[in-house]
Design a protein around this ligand. Structure first.
Ligand code: DLL
Length: 423
């Protein structure tokens, strides 16, 4: 009740703030006949229009900014795969709030001032590097800003400095684990004990794999440039869903087809309204991320609303033979097959009028080297496993070690080879 009262006050302030300062929002609110003082309850949020990525692109770079640039002390941006980047401007107070959100995230994962923190998120326009940097600094860790890449050096520094905590994308964590194994460095015997990973979808099976190969607890960070970067949602020692910093971000779940707001517990697209951002507030921003919300008391004692691990994005969802397929579902199934490595990509091709999915996955060295017959046998096992669990027929190619490009940031999981008009 207390948090909801706080949210309502902040929602009213945010609507008034953008109504007065951002022509884009004023026009949208006027179209709906909503004046700032017409927000009386949290449910009134349903009267506001959604904001989508294209709105940010159309207003690139600072059209949605609610303060003059003289008050902006930092701008981050996400590269995206198409067109202009998305910009994320911050006032000094926004940066301070973001730092708090990140510190909460890291603290919940058990990161403490005596940790030696290796921050291998890309430092630069991407929000990962500096977001973690700020949160780790606020906690007072011994911070080692390695940024991403130069994997051998990551491993050397991890060993030499006695890093106890690692921060990077989950796919890069796996890249580091694999390189260490090749260099005969057993990370499990090093002081490393915890990691906070995020910025891309990863399955629970992938989390367990990282925990096993590094001998650590793998925790999670969720966020997006449009809202601040990492620090929107985070898991805790219970490792059972992600708490949302709901004094800063008001979450809703909608049906991505009908835009209807769904009740707690139903799976759909996550929509956020920022409650305290000054430079670039967001009203009902559609993330395209698919999850569900739960309000329950967590074993860790926190009462912030929880979301499930992101299931996938509504826009990287593939539809194969009428079945919705998220790369993370296939990832979980691949991790159950001991003959293959968790290095994979999904290639979508057109076979006549039908979409055909080919799963390329690296065979374990001894499997690949055992020859084509063995590879075919394992490929059949993988496709049988996918068919048995998801009901779709896919082609499987067992590829050799290092066939799949190793990730240093967000992994590229889907290669779409369909002619443009079919995508
Ligand atoms: O990826 C911010 C971030 C940095 C989060 C470091 C966590 C750690 P963007 O580059 O704008 O921002 O990408 C945002 O990445 O909408 C999700 O689709 C995806 N994403 C981020 N975190 C997770 C996660 C950063 N934990 C987009 N699980 C989001 C699944 C995630 N997907």
């Amino acid at each position: 009740a207390e948090i909801q009262k706080f949210q309502l006050r902040k929602l009213k302030e945010t609507v008034a703030w953008v109504y007065e300062r951002v022509p884009f929002y004023r026009q949208k609110l006027d179209e709906k006949g909503v004046k700032p003082n017409s927000i009386k309850s949290l449910e009134d949020i349903a009267r506001l229009s959604f904001t989508v990525k294209n709105d940010l692109r159309d207003n690139y770079p600072f059209g949605l900014c609610a303060v003059p640039l003289t008050e902006v002390v930092r701008v981050h941006a996400s590269s995206g795969t198409t067109g202009k980047p998305i910009t994320g401007p911050y006032t000094a107070d926004d940066l301070n709030d973001w730092t708090d959100c990140m510190a909460r995230n890291l603290w919940a994962a058990g990161v403490r001032p005596d940790d030696i923190a290796q921050n291998a998120y890309g430092h630069g326009l991407f929000t990962g590097g500096l977001g973690f940097h700020q949160g780790l600094s606020r906690i007072g860790c011994t911070l080692v800003p390695t940024s991403s890449g130069l994997t051998e050096r990551q491993i050397t520094l991890m060993k030499d400095f006695g890093a106890t905590a690692l921060f990077c994308t989950p796919s890069y964590a796996l890249t580091i684990a694999e390189r260490a194994e090749e260099l005969k460095v057993d990370i499990r015997t090093l002081p490393l004990r915890v990691g906070v990973f995020g910025a891309e979808p990863w399955s629970t099976a992938m989390r367990l794999e990282i925990e096993e190969r590094m001998g650590i607890k793998a925790h999670e960070a969720y966020g997006l440039t449009e809202l601040c970067g990492p620090g929107v949602g985070f898991d805790c020692v219970a490792q059972d869903g992600l708490h949302i910093n709901e004094d800063h971000f008001l979450a809703e779940i909608i049906d991505p087809q009908t835009y209807e707001v769904l009740p707690l517990g139903e799976k759909g697209e996550l929509v956020f309204t920022s409650l305290q951002r000054r430079a670039m507030p967001m009203l009902r921003y559609r993330t395209k991320d698919i999850t569900r919300l739960r309000r329950e008391k967590c074993a860790c004692g926190r009462t912030f609303i929880k979301m499930d691990k992101i299931f996938g994005r509504s826009d990287d969802m593939l539809i194969i033979s009428g079945v919705n397929v998220f790369p993370s579902q296939i990832e979980s199934l691949l991790l159950e097959i001991p003959e293959v490595e968790p290095q994979y990509r999904l290639v979508v091709r057109k076979k006549g009028y039908l979409d055909q999915l080919t799963v390329q996955v690296e065979g374990k060295k001894e499997i690949y080297e055992a020859g084509p017959e063995k590879r075919l046998e394992v490929a059949a096992k993988v496709s049988g496993h996918i068919k048995g669990n998801m009901g779709i027929g896919v082609d499987v190619e067992i590829v050799e070690a290092k066939f799949i490009n190793r990730s240093e940031g967000k992994a590229l999981r889907v290669v779409d080879e369909r002619p443009k008009q079919f995508r």
